[in-house]
Design a protein around this ligand. Structure first.
Ligand code: FAD
Length: 655
């Protein structure tokens, strides 16, 4: 992970005012805030949105300009002249031998507990002794730098390793992300002072302290500006009061990244929870369908004391800056876990599809089932491609926020579709039996659509990141000129309006003229099979044609665009789909396995049809069912060795 900090120009460490206080910053109104105010929103809503936007700007400022959002592949693919294809190609990870050993040992720990039937305790949770055995293997320290006792694992090695772990146990894979990405490890690594790193990282690496991330509150989920948990400095301690909800991996004794308000501003305190509940610290227990193999609870703090020295103080920004940073990594980890979980689904579908006969034939020989297997393979390869691409970008030092959102949304939606449309339908009624992979885990399969940001909300965030620079350059001046001239409903035919807007509109007109004359050439693609090349060309062309449409929507809706959520979501999803096509086709082109390439081709065809509104051709059906047939015959190599679980309600064939 060293490449993610200093050598890429990202400022790695906090500078406080010496005694741990967050420094007061006066903030200029952001683009979103300006647009909302000018668009007639209440001061309160504009201020809250502005706070989120400012947190985003501050994360941005942590990265050197060449790694910021406007320089990222997703942004450049749309707004630059020509798609930066090089930035969409992921390189195979380089995993140092000691890291590989820690990963293999961790897999061995989980496998042996699984075989011994000890992976879950009587409550159905992954028990402490398993977590301790994983600690011995070096699992919890994978993302901690070597100087603090960890392995300094490149993220491009860590992320696909989570896929491997999820094929054995998705909960254990998820816990590595909770601990290393969104929990205390990433915040301390990235924003801690040397003293804080020395104090926390060795025990986070050794597994002596496992961590969680406490952001959500009963009143604050999607709207993080509604946080109410407060910490007030009294002497050398903060006194915390408030309530958290839905916190994964929280049990007494854990070390959590706690997002709270200090002097009305979001902040992150690293909190060592007591070994038992007491009058100052209580856990709220509730029945939760998802994450059933780990603990997810609420926390109530009443006059709970935390050393002032535990406050993380980022160089720029505040607690939301810290939270956003880790969530980025968590989103890629989520996609990686989805790739593993969908492999488990595939492994369970195969023996069943071969066993189950209807009308005298195994369902594996039926087109509908074959198409499901082919589609599932495409979704898996799409996730693998996005994980490899995003993780490589992060290792190179990119912020990767837009790219990680694409991975999160694609991964969670793919897993949801796989569970319901592919796994459940293929297993039929048995899906709902106790002990069935679907019935037992359906909530696990759906929950990723919500946690770490609900998909459609994130999709709007993606759109805002995509249009922000264009908006600031061309539309903010229009809005400001309108406000200055007191014009509420601009009319270009009114000479007074035209005069008031002449400067900004002239500027914008020149941009439109340049766009009209823009020649969209062929992308500079590497050597690749012709089908995959066609997909990459299509996606590049699609992305390059988007500025006109996006800018047109901005022009049409002007300051009301923030309220046109359906349009933002719709455009966002199309851009994301084109990005998935590009990343997947380039990833598949560097694979030697024909099954992976064909699966990628099928996925790209599906996405292209969705973008163009075309109906599937017979040729497509032949291709995807042929792929499914090959998979039913065991051709999807990476699920070799995955245990499928027994067939429920089996029966002997009638002679
Ligand atoms: C299994 C699980 C594990 C979790 N683990 C953690 C954890 O470890 N730490 C943690 O801090 N949190 C955790 N969470 C919380 C999770 O991140 C939140 O549930 C999520 O961010 C959504 O917040 P919410 O549930 O409060 O949704 P709400 O804020 O109530 O929103 C509900 C829905 O309303 C819609 N909506 C909301 N606002 C808008 C808007 N402005 N415009 C349009 N639509 C809108 C969206 O569709 C949204 O999904 C977990 C949740 C689950 C289910």
């Amino acid at each position: 992970m060293s490449t993610r900090s200093t050598d890429t120009g990202m400022e790695p460490r906090a500078t406080g005012d010496g005694d741990g206080h967050a420094q007061a910053e006066t903030r200029a109104p952001s683009f979103a805030e300006t647009a909302l105010t000018m668009g007639g929103k209440s001061e309160e809503e504009a201020r809250r949105t502005g706070a989120i936007d400012a947190a985003d700007d501050q994360v941005e400022a942590l990265f050197a300009p060449q790694y910021q959002t406007t320089a990222s592949p997703a942004h450049r693919a749309v707004w630059d002249r020509g798609v930066p294809v090089e930035l969409f190609k992921s390189r195979p990870p380089h995993t140092p031998p000691d890291v590989q050993k820690a990963m293999d040992d961790s897999i061995a720990v989980v496998r042996s507990h699984r075989h011994a039937g000890t992976l879950h305790n009587a409550e159905g949770k992954v028990p402490e002794n398993v977590l301790n055995d994983l600690a011995g293997a070096g699992y919890w320290g994978l993302l901690v730098d070597k100087q603090y006792g960890g392995r300094g694992t490149p993220f491009s090695s860590f992320a696909p390793f989570l896929t491997r772990m999820a094929m054995l146990d998705p909960t254990v894979a998820g816990l590595a992300s909770v601990h290393g990405c969104i929990g205390a490890v990433d915040p301390v690594r990235t924003f801690g002072t040397p003293e804080q790193k020395q104090r926390f990282l060795p025990r986070l690496a050794s597994g002596e302290s496992l961590s969680a991330f406490a952001l959500t509150e009963p009143c604050a989920g999607s709207d993080l500006t509604a946080l109410r948990t407060r910490a007030v400095l009294k002497g050398d301690h903060y006194v915390v009061n408030g309530e958290k909800l839905f916190i994964t991996n929280v049990v007494p004794g854990r070390t959590i990244g706690l997002v709270c308000l200090i002097d009305d501003r979001p902040a992150v305190l690293i909190v060592d929870l007591p070994d038992a509940e007491n009058e100052h610290f209580q856990l709220t227990k509730y029945g939760l369908y998802a994450l059933k193999h780990t603990y997810n609870r609420g926390i109530v703090f009443k006059d709970f004391r935390v050393p002032a020295a535990n406050l993380l103080t980022p160089v720029k920004g505040d607690g939301l800056t810290v939270a956003y940073h880790g969530l980025n990594l968590g989103r890629v980890a989520l996609c990686a876990a989805a790739a593993g979980t969908m492999r488990l689904m595939m492994a369970s579908m195969l023996p069943w599809a071969r066993f189950r006969k209807t009308y005298g034939q195994p369902i594996a020989s039926r087109e509908l089932v074959q198409r499901r297997l082919g589609r599932l393979a495409g979704l898996i390869v799409g996730c693998d491609a996005l994980v490899a691409w995003c993780a490589d970008l992060i290792d190179q030092g990119y912020r990767g926020e837009m790219e990680c959102v694409v991975a999160k949304i694609f991964g969670s939606e793919a897993q949801k579709e796989a569970a319901i449309e592919l796994l459940m339908k293929t297993h039929g009624g048995r899906s709902f039996l106790h002990g069935h992979i679907f019935g037992d885990h359906v909530h696990e399969y759906l929950a990723p659509c919500i946690y770490e940001g609900e998909g459609e909300m994130l999709g709007m965030g993606f759109f805002k990141s995509l249009v922000k620079a264009h908006g600031v350059e061309y539309f903010e001046p229009v809005g400001r000129a309108l406000v200055a001239a007191g014009i509420k409903r601009p009319n270009p035919l009114n000479p007074a309006h035209a005069w008031a807007l002449k400067g900004p509109l002239w500027n914008y007109g020149r941009w439109r003229a340049r766009q009209a004359a823009r020649w969209i050439g062929s992308p500079a693609l590497p050597d690749m099979p012709s089908k995959l090349r066609d997909h990459a060309v299509y996606a590049s062309d699609f992305l390059q044609r988007m500025p006109k449409e996006i800018s047109g929507a901005m022009f049409k809706h002007q300051l009301k665009l923030a309220d046109r959520q359906c349009r933002m979501s719709e455009i966002s999803l199309r851009v994301q789909s084109a990005i998935v096509i590009l990343a997947t086709s380039l990833y598949a082109a560097r694979q030697t396995d024909d099954v992976i390439r064909t699966a990628a081709d099928c996925l790209c065809q599906d996405l292209t049809r969705w973008l163009t509104g075309a109906r599937p051709s017979d040729r497509y059906f032949r291709g995807v069912t042929r792929l499914g047939e090959q998979i039913a015959d065991g051709a999807f190599q990476s699920i070799a060795g995955v245990e499928a679980g027994e067939i429920l309600m089996g029966y002997a064939e009638q002679k």
